[in-house]
Design a protein. Structure first.
Length: 418
């Protein structure tokens, strides 16, 4: 793993394209994932000025006199942590309408503005979003030529062999993708960073952006969610640990989702298939956070096979979402399950017409039964279905017929096997 260095982000080229033709570029993602670094790397060489609302004087000026603050800004500016000043959004909109030039503002936000009623509406038609996640394995490994998603929708995987990840898979899961954590060499130091990170996030962002009565319950709630990562979303099961009522838990989970800490993976369903379960799955958005919350290092994770399987699934989902965020293509993510227990862990849609499925296994072997859910979807959607893949911690990439493949997990971020 890398140590004390800035890792180039695959979203740099995407942000550069956005500011060439769009007045407002919003980089949003969790705190400490690299938003400010990305904004500065792209914007400062182009002459952008930089302001952060983590600075008390800047924050107070923008809150007290939003019109005066915006009028005093230079023509091209980076505004960091813009969610701290929601009252500024309307003023920024008016400024863009009066001076509609490409790349007028680069904004960063640590709250998902798409989930905050009214905030995103002000920028409709004026803003494009660059979703920044913590580092992908592609970025960590300096592989700037991702092929897995392309191969998935092309339905082509070359037969070959590679080494198993074995213990390295668990190590990657517990480290996660936050840049700062990559400099920590032991589980205890990583746990310490994540603990401080979550404490600061709860105390600073969550309590400032929402009126909550029990901020100390949020870490407990998040830990309960981590323990259920990749399972069907069940408010009662999550609420049972902190012993909170369902409505309060539901509201608090929305707050955690806005801060990019948890993710609800919606169910995929269609009129052509019956008896489908429409409940979403819950995933912790970074497996490093989940591992720290559950105080499990790589060795203990490998021994807990049930939890290991859950976090492998969340790990694969986060990697696919991070790779998809680099692309201009409109990928969407779902899961599939019916009342007979047939399921597919991850369904990916490309536009309105292309479909692919991914089943995730933490084991080193694959059998024909592992393709049951994938084959069921292909049988009813053969005109749309491009490929089905079982990702596993094995050695061999091979075809199973009907555009079905077993693929080693490491092929998500490495070149094809030999």
């Amino acid at each position: 793993m890398p140590h004390q260095r800035i890792i180039p982000r695959s979203s740099e080229s995407l942000l550069a394209e956005v500011i060439e033709d769009t007045p407002i570029a919003l980089i949003h993602g969790p705190r400490q994932c690299g938003k400010t670094t990305l904004a500065k790397k792209v914007g400062l060489p182009l002459g952008y000025s930089y302001y952060t609302f983590d600075d008390k004087d800047t924050l107070e000026y923008a809150q007290d006199d939003p019109r005066g603050f915006v009028d005093d800004l230079p023509e091209h500016v980076i505004l960091d942590e813009v969610q701290c000043v929601p009252s500024l959004f309307r003023t920024l909109k008016l400024s863009v309408d009066q001076n509609r030039i490409p790349g007028r503002f680069i904004l960063t936000g640590s709250t998902n503005l798409l989930l905050v009623s009214g905030l995103a509406d002000a920028f409709v038609g004026r803003m494009e979003i660059v979703r920044l996640h913590p580092l992908s394995q592609l970025e960590i490994e300096h592989n700037d030529s991702p092929h897995f998603i392309e191969n998935l929708f092309a339905g082509i995987f070359r037969t070959g062999r590679c080494e198993r990840l074995k213990d390295n898979l668990a190590e990657r899961i517990v480290i996660g993708g936050y840049p700062e954590v990559l400099t920590r060499l032991t589980d205890s130091r990583r746990f310490s960073w994540y603990q401080n990170y979550l404490n600061n996030l709860v105390q600073k962002d969550v309590t400032e952006l929402a009126s909550i009565h029990s901020s100390e319950a949020l870490p407990t709630l998040l830990t309960a969610a981590a323990n259920l990562s990749s399972q069907l979303f069940n408010v009662s099961a999550i609420a049972s640990t902190p012993q909170m009522n369902r409505n309060t838990v539901r509201d608090y989970l929305i707050l955690l989702e806005r801060q990019f800490l948890i993710y609800r993976l919606p169910a995929w369903y269609t009129n052509q298939m019956k008896r489908l379960i429409k409940t979403p799955k819950i995933h912790i958005s970074d497996t490093g956070i989940a591992s720290a919350l559950l105080r499990t290092g790589a060795k203990s994770l490998r021994k807990n096979r049930a939890l290991f399987g859950q976090l492998v699934e969340s790990f694969v989902l986060q990697e696919l979402q991070r790779q998809a965020s680099f692309s201009d293509e409109p990928y969407k993510f779902y899961h599939f399950r019916d009342q007979d227990g047939v399921e597919v862990d991850i369904i990916m849609e490309l536009g309105a017409f292309e479909l692919a499925g991914i089943e995730v296994k933490s084991t080193a072997s694959v059998s024909n039964s592992d393709f049951k859910g994938l084959r069921k979807i292909k049988a009813t959607h053969g005109d749309r279905f491009r490929c089905g893949v079982v990702l596993y911690d094995g050695e061999i990439c091979r075809a199973w017929g009907d555009n079905m493949y077993s693929v080693p997990i490491r092929m998500l971020w490495e070149s094809e096997p030999v």
